[in-house]
Design a protein around this ligand. Sequence first.
Ligand code: ADP
Ligand code: MG
Length: 625
Amino acid sequence: VELEVVDRVEEWTGFLKKKYKSELNKISREYPSERSLEIDYGVLEKYGKIGVVLADELLEHPGKTLEDVKDAIRTSRLITGKDVEGNDISDTIIGKVNIRFVRLPRKTQIRDIRADDINKFISIDGIVRRVTEVRPRLVTGAFRCVNGHITYKKQEYGSYSEPDMCGHAECTLKKLELVQSKSTFIDSQKLRVQETPEGLRGGEQPQNIDIDTIDDLCGKVSPGDRVIVNGILRSVQRVVGGQKSTVFDLYIECNSIEISIKEFEEVNISEEDEVTIKDMAADPGVYGKIARSIAPTIYGNDEVKEAIALQMFGGIPKEMPDGSSLRGDIHILLVGDPGIAKSQLLRYVIKLAPRGIYTSGKSASSAGLTAAAVKDDLGDGRWTLEAGALVLADKGIAAVDEMDKMQKDDRSSLHEAMEQQSVSIAKAGINATLRTRCSLLGAANPKLGRFDEYANISEQINMPPSLLSRFDLIFIMKDQPDATRDLNIARHILKAHSAGEKIMRHKKYPIPGADDEYFQRELAPVTPEIDAAMLRKYLAYAKRNCFPLLKDEAKEVLVQYYQSLRSVAYENSDKPVPITARQLEALVRLAEASARVRLADEVEQEDAERVVKIVDACLRQVAYD
Ligand code: ADP
Ligand code: MG
């Protein structure tokens, strides 16, 4: 139904007077530091019958609506102000005030944006992938001819245009010059927002859209931030090699930005779920159950899966009295022969973990693994700051495959990102620190592609010791022929294949007599004991509610083990993984994670013993023999 376009100034006046009086007064008092009025869409929509109409009009005719709101403020002088000399400057202020709408109930997926949405008010959510420098943009140009006449011309987005000739009567001069001091500029910044990985169906490339922000919205977000962007979808003609094309690019003229703080909060846990979670936690077999629920199609690798389980729970981040902080995130590296399901494991984990990002060390992204300042199309010659995988995975898990093939630059920036959990970029007009509070799950192949049986394993890891020492656990995965294991893997893979095939076939040509029970039996070997949705709830519950403290008995186990490590390490000082206090911190993190799996308030001796076993099995291969 086409909405009738009528003047709504009166209705808006009524609404603003009733619902936003104090906000408007605040702007009157505090302009220019306060110069934006945020209107909650929900409040508008609930403002009786007319509220629903106004809300619909905003979505359909946002340009007109914004004018109406301004007119309402102007006509009824809802904002007033005086300059230092006491002159009334209300009109100037009203001219500069921004009307922003927030908290829209419906979101449009970036990939679902279509031509029909052009000039409509839409709301999208995603991760900020890039931001440009904040730079002034010409809004209205003042142009002067040699006779000194000034002609003003409003500028369109993205293209600079001069008046054809002097606007002064009787003056026909065509040569005009821009006068900066008489022109109006506004701060501007462009953002590129990418779909959130959660919304993607396996393996799809995320899509993105550019956002144009001005005035006080500039500099508000950083790459890696999860945001909701509300604004008007605009199109701009593409220019290819100086020629105007028939293809148009889309961007959002930003009206408002909301920064979302979701992560684990986004998982809803009902009271019923809570009961189930507590029951599961009380089961002594919970460690095995959770570990086996990670990548059930992959046979064996129980230690690796158990470690990944601990990684997903994580340790407790700490603020020290001296102001420094200790990470709670656990970093794991898998170094192994090709074809032993490293990549598969990584892909599975990011599907399971909230805010999981998968990337390859050799990926061509200009941001690399952490972040970079680049010059490209988004910035029209300005520098832009682009987030890499670890920034995008902030508060989640970054799975980095083929780590041995990463760029040199990445290696050095990884040190800071893994330990301090932030990266700093200082280049041109960009000076930023981005947060990388994520766990890293890395995979790498040995130096020569596969392990040489006769050479020392630890020397075959193609990474510098400084980087290796930042991993809490390093697993060596060798693919040696082992008759029983090979047979089991082969059987397991074929079971998974046939289960998958039967499901596919059943959809097209129903298998006679195939009921739920049949599928349960067929799928049993590759069905996780705890399904992904439940496991995610369990993780969220533990992370929200469980902050275990180390018991003295547990401390003693860790301290004793650390001391013994140091003495063997002394005799093996040629090994690439040095034994330092970092290992002790790793032990603490892992022990805390182990207690979290049981939803316990205290880290018990058994937790300490469990993690000592895991750490020792890892270190035996890389730090001492
Ligand atoms: P990598 O990254 O270690 O080189 P991939 O993850 O690409 O290896 O695995 C190669 C293939 O072999 C995958 O399809 C994987 O499912 C299969 N595969 C390897 N090891 C196992 C295993 N233990 N159980 C089940 N499948 C396996
Ligand atoms: Mg691989």
